[in-house]
Design a binder for this molecule. Structure first.
Ligand code: 13P
Length: 336
């Protein structure tokens, strides 16, 4: 077993998943302003530290993805990576610098951040990071995602992943096909399969150790603007079929993004995926909004109420952990 494979399994095994707390300052500002809390360095730290020091970190969270600002912050003479490590979770860091207009197809995006990445990775390793994230983003409509977007994002993801493994960290490869649009789940299935297959083609060309990589895909869903929706059972079936056909066996685990699903939806779908899981992949969560939404709303009413906020977060993390083992039910949700 390679060191990278060990790190991947430490993050994903035993009913654990990932807390994606790597919102850029711009995105975090939108989240805080939506609950009427001023977005300043102190408040961003307070909310995140509240989550990182909660009880469920020990049993439910195997890894936390941080943003550049947070990995350098400290609280009560402990650095944020030290606080996370104390709970047994692995520290991760978002290393892309965001999705920009794709030259040649201006309605689509290409993720940037490769320039100077090797040097930045070394610094993040020194700060305690052992895994990283890079998100490629794809829109669906009649002509999109274009071949150009599928190809360029896959190429960037592979170059990123190789540099990360060179620095002895585990890359999370996140090709996110967005939910927005009027497309059917069938179209989402076809486009997501094409996107993921292209990513692995490029990853293999770049000689990536697939046993030391985590894939972070979207689930297969109908577009948000369709009224006719497939059932949760069908979501699970199509998602499993897509991943089984597109992901090489050596990959240890798949961590889903929540992508705008509600907390319950994201939990229920993950639970069904695990109940039906007929692959060798660990299937768990790397949720941002679906782990933080209720906690953020509660916290915003009184930002000094640490214990109350942690209770809400602990419940959500416990529900996701059960779902990652196919043991979640609506009854357990209500009892919490
Ligand atoms: P969501 O679960 O809110 O989609 O965030 C996950 C993430 O890391 C997106 O890049």
């Amino acid at each position: 077993m390679t060191e990278l494979n060990k790190i991947s399994l430490k993050i994903l095994s035993d009913g654990k998943g990932i807390l994606a707390a790597d919102e850029s300052t711009g995105t975090m500002t939108k989240r805080l302003e939506s609950v009427k809390v001023p977005s300043n360095e102190e408040n961003r730290l307070l909310f995140r530290k509240t989550l990182f020091s909660s009880e469920s970190m020990k049993n439910c969270i195997g890894g936390v993805i941080l943003y550049d600002e947070t990995i350098k912050q400290s609280s009560e003479s402990k650095t944020i990576p030290e606080i996370i490590n104390a709970s047994g979770a692995v520290v991760g860091i978002k290393v892309d610098t965001g999705a920009k207009t794709l030259a040649g197809s201006p309605e689509e995006k290409i993720t940037e951040g490769l320039d100077g990445l090797r040097e930045r990775l070394k610094k993040y390793y020194e700060l305690g990071a052992r895994f990283t994230k890079w998100r490629g983003v794809y829109t669906i409509s009649e002509n999109y995602p274009s071949k150009l977007s599928i190809h360029s994002n896959a190429h960037a993801l592979a170059r990123y992943a190789k540099l990360v493994q060179e620095c002895e960290m585990v890359p999370i490869v996140e090709p996110e096909v967005l939910m927005d649009g009027k497309h059917s789940a069938k179209t989402c299935f076809e486009k997501t399969s094409e996107v993921i297959k292209k990513c692995f083609e490029e990853l293999m060309l770049h000689k990536i150790d697939l046993s030391g990589l985590i894939l972070k895909p979207n689930m297969i869903l109908d577009g948000t603007n369709t009224t006719k929706k497939i059932s949760n059972e069908e979501v699970a079936d199509l998602t499993l079929k897509c991943l089984k056909e597109s992901v090489p066996q050596e990959v240890p685990g798949i961590t889903f993004l929540s992508g705008g699903q509600s907390e319950i939806e994201a939990t229920e779908n993950l639970n069904l995926i695990n109940k039906k899981n007929n692959t060798n992949f660990i299937m768990t969560y790397s949720y941002g909004r679906a782990l933080q939404q209720s906690a953020l709303k509660y916290w915003s009413k009184d930002i000094k109420n640490i214990a109350g906020t942690q209770k809400i977060f602990d419940h959500r993390a416990n529900m996701c952990s059960l779902a990652s083992q196919g043991k979640w039910s609506k009854e357990l949700e209500i009892q919490g």
